[in-house]
Design a protein around this ligand. Structure first.
Ligand code: GCW
Length: 735
């Protein structure tokens, strides 16, 4: 019999385990769950080769690589894994020629050349022992080799991903390297820990407790990023606060840089252009003023003393009220080059955003970035990259690709994607963004003939540029599941995978993510993949089909407001949809704003006329009559009705498919997704009914028979007063 004290102790220990188990499936582990492999053939294969790790070296990066490998293998194999220093059959040998005595002798120099500074080689090696009693035995190794420690870490994560996906050993050998140099997250995080367009809690950066307190979460953030090859993070909002550059704050930034460094992640900051004035030192921020230039040089020197591998600055200037060089009648190049000069001696870079539009009412807002930036091609210093949003407007559910891609052959253009879903249902709507990212990356700019894809501009191959980059506006916060909902994790994952290799397919990335995050059961994978792959198009259909954009409500971006017409015209909805009694859409052809002229001559004909334009972007380029026949044979009005209803139907199909998975994935996350889908269905109806009723006041045509009637009259939707976008907004009256 146990004494009462022992019983109490055991009970206490058990009770402590309960919340631990309950926590186990809350999404915190992301795609790094390392659940045991249950397929017995695969397990036997893996155990034979992976129960010993030979990964010598004491650098911080090799240490985390070793820890991750051991942790992953223990989880996957469900058995002991030992870390050893001598060879012997059945082992993983990992390292660089400099850190591992074995790697140098493997004859991998050709493959290592191909792998480059960040890539890796995975090779299976069989060694036949030639003498003595071991004459007949074969020693088997899996080698993970790289030229740098971070390459080893990437190789380790790649290997673990392959095992998570149950790849047979014979399929493991590979030589991999990233196609894009800078693979960054942009956090729009404010110093008070609010996050602009963030829907996942507070900012991860707890500035008040830095630099002293380093919660495990910072490391887990870095692990997750390294696992998908992200190698930089911009910690602060592009709507920048100069205080981020004060000495106190920089010490906190340095502490984060120390945590991220072993994972190959550099930190960057946003630079408020008039910081020299706001911090009370100078009376001008003119980029050609010598005192201003000296201030930035001194600031850069100060930063690099604290953070020797600081990445550089990201700048939003002369856009939406941010200060910039144009305040002094200077150009974007003058501004960017001044900062570039300051960081150049330290190897830093400047990412200058092309998201600019003036506050005067423009003929067509979407034309401004191209008009301002193309004349500057060739005038930026070599360590400047111009960062361009994927489309010319603003992260809408669908836009054509930005015409700047391909139009500045002498300037490295970084892609900026929004991973956070400002305009695609924010935290709650399930919208897998890889198809959106791919649509843009695969778009053909025709700037150097057929096949001049946006991806080739971004990876530098189209114009032979070696400095390349891609940025994703992060969707990460303090929520336990990191991203505000389980499926938003997939967008972080997919962004990183595509930044590493834009040629990957959205479906393959989904498959990987599902197996690592939910289940390896093929039936479950198929169902979840089908939900994910159709999800972005569903959002397009119930929000902005046929090339409509920017018809969200005034004051918030999650609900519909196509009637919004007050204030600055290019912030209204009516400016963009231009509905009237004759039709709907923005004429950007030669008879309108002629924005099509910003695309390559070979591409223009495909946007020139309504009947030559892909229907997915029809109303972006043309004002089209309500009775115009669409490809389906329906009139435009009937097609619009059809698409909006189709969007809602797709969400219902997603709900049914998700329900069918009950019991095949853990209940906790299943229920969490279920309730998000219920919100999505409700809000999809809101978008559909409000928008169609409003457009009907122009079309004056009836809803064709057979479609569900709207739940409320138009006045109900127009009179709704919904909370503004902040963390987790909902409009309480939408039922
Ligand atoms: O889409 C708009 C967002 C702003 C954002 C801006 C930008 C950071 O609504 O919140 O500001 O784009 O990209 O600069």
């Amino acid at each position: 019999m146990y004494s009462p004290t022992v019983v109490r102790y055991l009970l206490g220990a058990l009770l402590m385990l309960v919340p631990a188990c309950a926590r186990a499936e809350d999404g915190y582990d992301l795609w790094l769950r390392y659940r045991p492999v249950t397929d017995s053939t695969r397990l036997a294969e893996y155990r034979a080769l992976f129960s010993r790790i030979i990964l010598p070296g004491e650098s911080a990066t090799l240490r985390v690589a070793r820890e991750e490998l051991a942790r992953g293998l223990r989880g996957l194999l469900g058995s002991a894994v030992t870390i050893e220093s001598t060879s012997g059959s059945g082992a993983i040998i990992a390292g660089t020629p400099a850190t591992s005595p074995y790697i140098g002798r493997m004859g991998l120099s050709r493959e290592l050349d191909e792998a480059g500074p960040e890539g890796f080689v995975i090779r299976r090696i069989l060694v036949r022992a030639s003498s003595g009693t071991l004459a007949s035995s074969e020693m088997q190794y899996l080698v993970v080799a790289a030229n740098s420690d971070v390459g080893v870490l990437y190789g380790v994560f790649h290997l673990l991903r392959q095992l998570e996906n149950l790849r047979p050993i014979v399929q493991l050998p590979v030589v991999e390297h990233p196609r894009v140099g800078l693979r960054l997250l942009n956090h729009w995080d404010n110093l008070d820990r609010s996050v602009e367009r963030g829907y996942a809690g507070l900012s991860l950066w707890d500035w008040a407790s830095l630099p002293d307190s380093i919660p495990q979460r910072y490391r887990d953030y870095a692990r997750a990023n390294a696992s998908i090859g992200i190698n930089g993070t911009v910690l602060t909002n592009v709507n920048a606060n100069a205080r981020a550059l004060t000495p106190d704050h920089l010490r906190k930034v340095a502490a984060l840089a120390n945590v991220f460094r072993p994972y190959g992640i550099k930190v960057y900051l946003t630079a408020r252009f008039n910081a020299p004035m706001e911090l009370g030192v100078l009376t001008t921020a003119d980029p050609l003023d010598s005192a201003v230039r000296a201030w930035w040089k001194a600031k850069a020197d100060e930063i690099y003393r604290l953070i020797p591998d600081f990445g550089g600055f990201l700048v939003k200037a002369n856009s939406e009220g941010q200060p910039g060089p144009q305040d002094y009648k200077r150009t974007h190049a003058d501004g960017a080059n001044m900062l570039a000069e300051a960081v150049a001696p330290h190897g830093g870079i400047v990412m200058w955003r092309a998201f600019v539009y003036s506050s005067e009412v423009p003929v067509d807002r979407i034309k401004q970035a191209y008009d301002e930036f193309t004349p500057l091609d060739g005038t930026f210093l070599p360590n400047v990259l111009v960062q361009v949003k994927n489309g010319p407007l603003d992260f809408q559910p669908r836009e054509p690709f930005h015409p700047l891609f391909g139009a500045m052959p002498k300037t490295p253009l970084m892609m900026e994607f929004q991973v956070t879903k400002e305009y695609l249902g924010q935290d709650s709507h399930l919208a897998y963004l890889a198809p959106l990212f791919k649509e843009v990356l695969d778009a053909d700019t025709w700037r150097a003939g057929r096949g001049s894809t946006v991806a080739k501009v971004v990876d530098g191959s189209l114009h032979g540029l070696s400095r390349t980059g891609i940025a994703g506006v992060a969707n990460i916060g303090t929520d336990r599941d990191w991203t505000g909902s389980q499926f938003n994790q997939a967008n972080w994952y997919a962004y990183g995978r595509l930044a590493w290799n834009p040629a990957l397919s959205a479906a393959d990335i989904a498959d990987e993510w599902i197996r690592m995050t939910w289940s390896r059961d093929p039936a479950v994978v198929t169902t979840i993949r089908s939900i994910m792959m159709g999800s972005r198009e569903a959002v397009v259909n119930y929000m902005t089909p046929l090339g409509l954009v920017h018809i969200m409500a005034e004051g918030h971006h999650y609900g519909p407001g196509p009637w919004h017409s007050r204030g600055r015209p290019d912030w209204t909805s009516t400016y963009y949809h231009r509905a009237d009694s004759t039709g709907i859409g923005f004429d950007r052809s030669v008879t309108g704003s002629n924005a099509i002229e910003q695309y390559a001559p070979a591409l223009r004909p495909s946007f020139a006329r309504p009947d030559s334009t892909d229907e997915s972007v029809l109303l972006w380029f043309h004002h089209v009559g309500w009775d115009t026949r669409m490809r389906s044979g329906r009139t435009l009005w009937n097609e619009l009705v059809h698409r909006y209803h189709g969007g809602v139907d797709s969400v219902r199909a997603m709900q049914r498919a998700w329900s069918s998975l009950r019991g095949t994935v853990d209940n906790e996350r299943h229920a969490a997704v279920d309730s998000m889908l219920a919100i999505q269905e409700r809000e999809a109806r809101w978008w559909r009914d409000a928008t169609l009723l409003y457009f009907q006041t122009f079309s004056n045509r009836p809803f064709p028979p057979g479609y569900e009637a709207p739940a409320h009259p138009l006045s109900f939707y127009m009179n709704l007063r919904c909370p503004v976008d902040r963390n987790r907004p909902r409009c309480p009256d939408i039922q």
